[in-house]
Design a protein around this ligand. Structure first.
Ligand SMILES: Cc1cc2nc3c(=O)[nH]c(=O)nc-3n(C[C@H](O)[C@H](O)[C@H](O)COP(=O)(O)OP(=O)(O)OC[C@H]3O[C@@H](n4cnc5c(N)ncnc54)[C@H](O)[C@@H]3O)c2cc1C
Length: 384
């Protein structure tokens, strides 16, 4: 039987462990804390699922496949993990990212509709769109109960025979092995799916930034699914209606300062609250004074070009990371993709490799320009 050690029980590692266990692999999953612990990026209360990715078809197709994966996972778990609220893109320019997205969705037969800015009033109890050029409506996008989905996925993996080892793994140079608490464990393959901890273990072009997320107390009319998710690419702002009484999410996608995921402060900055409130004031004026109900600090793990890392670091040892703040939605489909690589049925797209220079580009994320780049001290890694 083929054996694999997956390090990291975030949504990427847990989904991969589940997939491999169900396709004939003997799987060990190593996690330093617990699946769903609050420091991991996958433990955000919610994550958005959208297919629009500008002019990129690859991620659009993967997101569409993943949507089906989430639906099946929810059925298996007997829980609604994906809330299909739809998503409204607020397009400030007629010919920008949303325009390219609409074209790609059409090419791929993924439902999407270009609407007049005034149509926003159909979706939100209160809304101003006089600065917008058009709206892109994705009816099958929505909101994932992220932390819960991560716990459910890890639980299904254990039920499928995955062995969970609690401990901090360190690489064993030149071997398909990991060391946990002084014990060396070997397997045919090792996959390091370590999120923001990856640059502490391997030399990878990754910057880790602090990201504050905010949820505001809103009247019942602002709940999901009545209120859809929304993204304003030009303003680097996104959110969704109230889910599970946690409040309406309204948050900036712009990169925060450098961050250390293990010991960094998990308290949001006052400036983040002001920034989110400023956006609410402009777009949804009646929410300008809504109180903050819930907040969370998470971290982005950014590559210069926002493309992921799926690369064989040494024979049998794979790095799976650099999610660049847009990886959650894809997890079930990404797991199938990576499993096919480990099975030798396919090779990863060159874009995910480590052998080429990665130019700074942010088209894949919902944030516009950013202040970090390969020359920034934030990029680069160190080897533990
Ligand atoms: C604020 C914010 C908003 C986001 N919004 C979206 C969104 O709307 N849609 C979307 O698709 N994506 C979104 N993302 C991105 C998404 O959350 C990530 O792509 C995804 O959670 C990454 O999962 P992961 O498993 O790679 O990493 P993580 O969830 O961070 O998991 C990594 C795990 O590895 C463990 N680990 C690390 N090192 C070791 C070690 N040496 N030994 C043992 N265990 C180890 C850690 O403890 C951790 O549990 C967002 C991210 C943030 C921060």
């Amino acid at each position: 039987m083929k054996s694999v050690i997956v390090v990291g029980a975030g949504i990427w590692g847990s989904s991969l462990a589940l997939r491999l266990a169900e396709t004939g692999w003997q799987v060990t999953l190593v996690e330093q804390h617990k699946p769903g612990h609050v420091r991991q990026a996958s433990a955000g209360e919610t994550r958005l699922l959208r297919c629009a990715h500008g002019d990129d078809e690859w991620y659009a197709r993967l997101a569409w496949e993943a949507r089906e994966g989430w639906r099946r996972l929810g059925e298996r778990a007997g829980e609604e993990l994906f809330l299909e609220s739809g998503m409204v893109w607020f397009a400030g320019r007629p010919d920008g990212w949303e325009h390219a997205s609409a074209r790609v969705l059409k090419n791929l037969d993924i439902p999407g509709e270009v609407l007049d800015p005034a149509d926003g009033r159909r979706f939100f109890p209160d809304y101003r769109g006089d600065d917008l050029s058009f709206l892109l409506w994705e009816p099958h996008a929505g909101v994932l109960r992220a932390r819960r989905a991560t716990q459910v996925t890890a639980g299904l993996a254990l039920a499928a025979g995955v062995r969970l080892v609690r401990g901090r793994a360190v690489p064993v140079p030149g071997e398909s092995a990991v060391e946990v608490d002084g014990e060396v464990r070997r397997a045919d393959r090792v996959v390091w799916a370590c999120g923001a901890w990856l640059p502490g273990l391997f030399d990878v072009p990754v910057a880790v930034t602090k990201q504050d997320t905010l949820h505001f107390a809103v009247p019942a009319a602002w709940s999901v699914p009545e209120t859809p998710a929304w993204v304003d690419y030009g303003a680097s702002a996104y959110g969704h209606g109230d889910v599970d009484g946690v409040g309406m999410k309204a948050t900036s996608d712009a990169e925060g300062g450098p961050y250390e995921p293990e010991g960094g402060s998990r308290v949001v900055d006052a400036s983040s609250v002001e920034q989110a409130r400023g956006y609410l004031r402009r777009r949804f004026p009646s929410l300008a004074d809504a109180p903050v109900l819930f907040s969370q600090v998470c971290q982005y793990t950014l590559t210069p070009d926002a493309e992921w890392i799926i690369a064989e670091e040494s024979p049998g040892v794979w790095l799976l990371g650099g999610d660049s703040g847009h990886g959650f939605k894809h997890a079930p489909a990404l797991a199938a993709y990576v499993a096919a690589i480990l099975d030798g049925e396919r090779v990863p797209e060159p874009r995910f490799g480590l052998g080429h220079e990665r130019a700074v580009a942010r088209g894949l994320r919902t944030s516009g320009d950013l202040g970090v780049g390969p020359a920034s001290p934030g990029f680069g890694g160190r080897r533990a």
